[in-house]
Ligand binder design. Structure first.
Ligand SMILES: Cc1cc2nc3c(=O)[nH]c(=O)nc-3n(C[C@H](O)[C@H](O)[C@H](O)COP(=O)(O)OP(=O)(O)OC[C@H]3O[C@@H](n4cnc5c(N)ncnc54)[C@H](O)[C@@H]3O)c2cc1C
Length: 290
């Protein structure tokens, strides 16, 4: 299917891109890897007047770790982050999630920033960003702004980014000693978006859970933290009965959608199984990392 007619701009710096966004605002769409935007254009579900292609902005790509944080440029390809030893070492939950995104061909073009800006509630990276309290850095006409992940995802495919702002970088806190992770999901076919996914991170101190973080993908119109389950787990020893109760609390807090792929009730059952599986795997992983 052909794309609709659209003007095309290819800035080479962040400030040029921000100037173009300020000029066109709602009429413009930023083009990153194109893996979500191009199908939307082809299907006439998005009708921007101008495409601002940010593939030529070199300063937007790269991975670095310093002072307990991992910084990833928005245009860093998903497969580059997946192959990065710096990512695997600093934020193992991100490393666990990246290979589950679609297929290799999609990850070779798709970008970390594109996934977070697109904000598909069934996507893996938004769940990781919510679980870990990532920070999203945007640049606009009045400068830079840092948005906590809790304030970034506002609804289905909707973020708190203003039309004249460009997402430039995402920062994830690095995992400390004793932190184990797991990304679990159930999809109908390999490479499909998950029906339900769960990002889990557990920190063990002297055999006790000192920090537990869980965020669902596909359970709501935004990635959803399992706060009640997290509170139950903190300060407890990791035992199967505790994980069963955490699963009950986690699914009491979600109201997943029903669609062609599965009913809300089925998704809740899957979500409970993922909590138990995710906690078991994260705890095993934490013991290995102590
Ligand atoms: C067949 C298929 C299967 C897929 N399966 C999965 C999956 O299982 N899990 C998953 O998570 N994803 C999946 N994806 C989507 C993929 O991960 C995309 O790469 C990602 O969602 C969007 O990234 P992108 O770089 O391609 O962004 P684009 O498609 O270029 O842009 C997406 C949106 O974000 C905006 N945007 C992009 N970058 C910026 C920026 N820096 N600042 C401001 N706005 C920006 C664009 O304007 C657009 O609205 C799949 C895609 C396909 C085609």
């Amino acid at each position: 299917m052909k794309l609709p007619p659209v003007d095309y701009e290819a800035p080479e710096t962040v400030s040029e891109a921000v100037e173009l966004l300020a000029e066109h605002e709602d009429l413009a769409s930023v083009l990153a890897g194109g893996q979500s935007l191009i199908p939307l254009l082809a299907l006439r579900l998005a009708r921007p007047a101008v495409l601002i292609d940010i593939n030529g902005i070199d300063e937007l790509s790269g991975v670095s770790a310093a002072d307990g944080w991992l910084a990833i440029g928005a245009m860093t390809r998903e497969y580059v982050a997946e192959e990065s030893a710096i990512v695997a070492d600093a934020v193992p939950l991100l490393a666990a999630a990246l290979p589950l995104i679609g297929h290799e061909a999609i990850r070779s073009r798709g970008t970390v920033g594109g996934s977070l800006a697109h904000a598909d509630p069934a996507a893996e990276l938004p769940a990781v960003a919510r679980a870990l309290d990532a920070e999203l850095v945007v640049s606009g006409p009045s400068g830079e702004r840092v948005v906590p992940a809790a304030e970034w995802f506002e609804g289905y495919l909707t973020t708190s980014r203003e039309p004249d702002e460009l997402l430039t970088e995402v920062r994830f806190p690095a995992a400390g000693p004793g932190t184990g992770v797991s990304f679990q999901e159930v999809a109908r076919r390999h490479g499909d978006f998950a029906m339900v996914g769960l990002a889990t991170s557990v920190t063990l101190s002297d055999g006790v859970i000192s920090d537990a973080r869980m965020a669902f993908a596909g359970a709501s119109d935004v990635p959803a933290r399992a706060t009640a389950a997290e509170e139950l787990l903190a300060g407890e020893r990791p035992l199967a009965e505790l994980f069963d109760e955490a699963a009950r609390r986690a699914i009491a807090d979600i109201d997943p959608p029903s669609d062609l792929h599965g009913s809300a009730e089925y998704r809740k059952k899957v979500a409970a199984a993922l909590v138990r599986r995710g906690l078991r795997e994260a705890v095993d992983n934490a013991r290995e990392r102590q």
